[in-house]
Write a protein that binds this ligand. Structure first.
Ligand code: IPD
Length: 271
């Protein structure tokens, strides 16, 4: 236990993250079963936050304060609390809140540890099914005990590509235009509704690639590490780091073609 307080190796940080995320997923599941999900809206009328999002985030923050009082925490609902040291936790208490609201079994707890500005450990748990994906920087990505390695198709035209849409109507209009330009160039498109799980799907090969504009750090911190450690390229456009403008995740064989298509469609532009 004292190791949990003092050591900040990727392995120790992952072990902490796994324990906290499992408890958080159990809380999210229980609150849904008890139908405790008063709903408020955030940036737009369709951007919802449930009482469960807040309760799960509070639970993780309180546990981290106990275990790792010097660390910072960035959470989707309560924002950024700076720490004294170089470790910051990045949390999405329920990624896929709209799925959660509707009872679609595609919502997740996503928890990553950043050290010295790099994501070094992360876990994504589908709270509805209990499926878990983990990774440490340089240590590989796993689905449970199975190590993941992306393969994917040799050509973009054969790729099943996931994406998502923001909550703002003007952003969605632009994203719709980009999608219209892309859908004729790939095998097909999927929109599952939880970015962290989409990135794990790329790691696992249930999606060949994924892109989205407008993701926040809590949406892609853990899933991005998992996809990268499975061998995918995870980046923004034109040399940028993955971020608010764009996150693209794809196996090396198709990354450049997808990247160039997205640049041509001005996918990082618009609102
Ligand atoms: C959303 C989901 C969705 C993505 C949105 C995100 P939230 O996160 O990940 O798939 O398309 O951009 O905001 O609001 O459910 O935590």
């Amino acid at each position: 236990m004292s190791e949990f307080r003092s050591a900040s190796t990727p392995g120790v940080l992952l072990e902490i993250a796994v324990g906290l995320a499992r408890d958080a997923a159990a809380t999210a599941r229980r609150l849904r079963a008890e139908a405790i999900f008063d709903v408020e809206t955030k940036s737009t009328a369709t951007d919802v936050v449930t009482a469960a999002d807040k309760a799960v985030e509070r639970q993780v923050i309180e546990a981290l304060r106990e275990l790792r009082p010097g660390d910072g925490v960035l959470g989707e609902e309560y924002g950024d609390a700076a720490g004294e040291g170089s470790v910051r936790w990045i949390l999405d208490p329920i990624d896929g809140t709209v799925n959660y609201l509707y009872g679609l079994p595609q919502y997740a707890v996503s928890l990553a540890a950043e050290a010295g500005g790099e994501i070094v450990a992360g876990i994504v748990i589908n709270a509805a099914t209990g499926d878990e994906w983990t990774a440490t920087r340089g240590g590989g990505a796993y689905r449970g005990d199975r190590r993941l390695k992306v393969t994917g198709p040799a050509e973009l035209s054969q790729a099943l590509v996931g994406t998502g849409f923001g909550y703002d109507a003007r952003r969605r209009a632009h994203q719709g235009r980009v999608l219209a330009g892309l859908i004729t160039r790939v095998r097909d498109i999927r929109r599952f509704g939880a970015a962290a799980l989409d990135l794990c799907a790329v790691a696992e090969g249930t999606l060949d690639a994924y892109y989205e504009k407008g993701l926040n750090p809590w949406d892609h911190a853990a899933g991005g590490l998992i996809a990268r450690e499975a061998g995918a390229v995870v980046a923004g456009l034109q040399g940028a780091r993955p971020g608010l403008d764009m996150v693209v995740a794809a196996p090396p064989a198709i990354f450049n073609d997808l990247h160039d298509l997205l640049v041509g469609l001005d996918a990082a532009g618009g609102a």
